[in-house]
Write a protein that binds this ligand. Structure first.
Ligand SMILES: Nc1ncnc2c1ncn2[C@@H]1O[C@H](COP(=O)(O)OP(=O)(O)O)[C@@H](O)[C@H]1O
Ligand SMILES: [Mg+2]
Length: 222
């Protein structure tokens, strides 16, 4: 995990010409991507599309191939979308952004298609950093998780950061050395609304954050 206020460590992912993932089992699976460790780089992971969720498949499922002018192709490519969003956030917010979002390096070829290379978020003691879905099973952490979620909401509001999908699989609960908790959002940032009002108005973004955090809190019953 990158220390707060520091730029992410340099990772020369260009050295990785093509990553062979054929013999590897995924570390985690999301709704559209599978996540693998980069072989030989235990602190980095690569996200590739599930075989039926490639940008091409998603476009066809929504029949968007018939209406190509309606949506920009990047909308269907979650890897390119994440890379673009995180680069623009890091330019606008500066290194503080890595307190709550994962350092992300670029897109490389893999045997399972193009993959997004990202830092694997670990707890300060080196253990795996679990997502909120899994962390919720430890009920004694609930009040501290709630506090960390509100702190994350303030960060998003202060820096006018727009999010689209605040689900428990997209949030990691990071444990510091003194066991303070921080929320890291690894997916679900950016604005997918047709009219992007939240991106132009802080007040409207705050309303959107209230709605999304309200829904999450009632789902978590905290
Ligand atoms: N940078 C990361 N560090 C540690 N774990 C991660 C990271 N990115 C993703 N994961 C794990 O992989 C899971 C799926 O990743 P995600 O990016 O949400 O995929 P999808 O786009 O398919 O939803 C997450 O719930 C989390 O457990
Ligand atoms: Mg996800």
């Amino acid at each position: 995990m990158t220390l707060p206020n520091q730029a992410p460590p340099i990772f020369n992912f260009n050295e990785l010409t093509s990553i062979d993932l054929d013999a590897q089992s995924p570390l985690a699976k999301g709704s559209i991507r599978k996540v693998f460790l980069v072989p030989g780089h235990e602190d980095h992971l690569v996200k590739v599309f599930r075989s039926n969720k490639t940008p091409h498949h998603q476009k066809r499922q929504l029949h968007m191939h018939k209406l190509p002018w309606l949506r920009h192709p990047i909308v269907f490519d979650q890897n390119r979308y994440d890379l673009r969003e995180l680069s623009s956030l890091s330019k606008r917010v500066g290194p503080l952004i890595w307190q709550h979002f994962p350092p992300t390096y670029g897109i490389v070829d893999t045997t399972l298609g193009p993959g997004l290379v990202q830092q694997k978020i670990r707890n300060a003691d080196g253990s795996d950093c679990l997502n909120l879905e899994v962390s919720l099973k430890n009920e004694s952490d609930m009040p501290r998780i709630k506090e960390a979620l509100w702190q994350f909401r303030s960060f998003l509001s202060y820096h006018h950061i727009v999010i689209r999908d605040l689900n428990t699989g997209n949030l990691l609960v990071h444990h510091d050395l003194d066991d303070a908790l921080t929320i890291i959002m690894i997916d679900g940032f950016g604005n997918s609304d047709y009219f992007k009002w939240a991106s132009v108005s802080r007040a409207l973004n705050d309303k959107k954050l209230d709605r999304k955090f309200g829904r999450l809190m009632s789902y978590l019953q905290i």
